[in-house]
Design a protein around this ligand. Structure first.
Ligand SMILES: NC(=O)c1ccc[n+]([C@@H]2O[C@H](COP(=O)([O-])OP(=O)(O)OC[C@H]3O[C@@H](n4cnc5c(N)ncnc54)[C@H](OP(=O)(O)O)[C@@H]3O)[C@@H](O)[C@H]2O)c1
Length: 285
């Protein structure tokens, strides 16, 4: 792509941000669709966030992704926040619509799309979600609108119970419990889908899994939202047990695809985005 006076800018803001895959994914998508857009990364510390967002608005930055540690605090500097992001209490995508900054959260939609695009039906299913942190909360909001039963398991049980309580108005039966091997044994026996949204198994913790391997069966569909490593111990154990598996890269791609569509109103070239992400991850090893 040739950068010209008409090129518009999208960016990711976070701290640290150098290892983000988003520039590679979105630049590949912009090129594929032939859009005069470029995507860069800005390392912005906590005390610089307000100036960075006001600066982005002044400069007419077209779209932003927001990552750790700013997903919650950025909400203070936006003109509008869509209902999903408000409910989740976190924004990961911003659209600059003629000088009005609008916040969205695409993590939950991305996770559920990743399941569906891998042929995993979520309707009338029981989903066991591990974790009650930022990513788990976004997934829980979306899942509670789609599945029949949602069981949230977390090391700090109060967070799981609190999250379940907030979701009581959705269609699904939602409960929060302690993440323990006994509870896993009981809940996984009747579950269809297992999603790990804890950081257990993430680099450099590669040899750990939040679920004992003997609790995994071929009846389960297992998604690990961790994408570093690409094949976590949980996913390897699940494959060995004969379960269908979905990697964290798929959630990353689909949350990015939803953001792409918010910014461009074009259909996201998902396969191109995925290929770019996988190439980058493989080259980094
Ligand atoms: N694929 C994607 O697009 C995508 C998007 C976002 C995040 N992620 C990944 O998802 C993971 C979670 O991210 P996050 O932003 O939600 O982090 P977070 O807000 O810090 O939440 C971390 C979660 O992991 C749990 N946890 C941490 N260490 C644990 C341990 N030793 N045993 C049991 N539970 C433990 C925490 O439980 P407590 O509440 O008890 O501390 C909490 O539920 C990270 O690996 C991140 O890279 C992937």
């Amino acid at each position: 792509m040739t950068i010209s006076g008409k090129t518009r800018v999208c960016a990711i803001i976070g701290d640290p941000v150098q290892h983000s895959l988003s520039p590679v994914i979105h630049n590949a998508a912009f090129n594929e669709v032939g859009l005069n857009l470029v995507y860069v990364a800005f390392n912005v510390g906590v005390t610089e966030l307000k100036d960075a967002i006001l600066g982005a608005k002044t400069l007419g930055i077209h779209g932003l992704n927001i990552t750790m540690p700013h997903k919650h605090s950025v909400m203070n500097y936006l003109d509008k926040i869509n209902m999903t992001a408000k409910n989740i209490g976190a924004v990961n995508t911003i659209l600059n619509k003629n000088g009005i900054l609008i916040g969205y959260n695409t993590d939950g939609a991305g996770a559920m799309l990743a399941l569906k695009e891998n042929g995993i039906c979520t309707e009338e299913k029981k989903l066991v979600l591990l974790g009650a942190g930022g990513a788990a909360k976004a997934i829980a909001y979306q899942a509670a609108q789609e599945v029949e039963e949602l069981v949230i398991l977390n090391r700090t049980v109060e967070k799981a119970k609190q999250l379940a309580k907030i979701l009581h108005s959705f269609n699904a039966k939602v409960i929060g419990k302690m993440l323990s091997n006994n509870v896993l044994y009981k809940e996984l026996t009747t579950a269809n889908i297992l999603v790990n949204a804890t950081s257990v198994g993430m680099y450099p913790d590669n040899n750990n899994s939040p679920v004992p391997s003997d609790l995994l069966t071929s009846d389960l569909c297992v998604m690990d939202i961790i994408y570093n490593p690409l094949n976590t111990k949980l996913l390897n154990d699940a494959k060995y047990a004969g379960a269908k598996t979905v990697s964290g890269v798929d959630m990353l791609i689909y949350q990015g695809a939803v953001a792409f569509e918010i910014w461009t109103k074009c259909t996201a070239p998902v396969e191109v985005m995925k290929k770019a992400a996988l190439n980058e991850l493989i080259n980094r090893v």
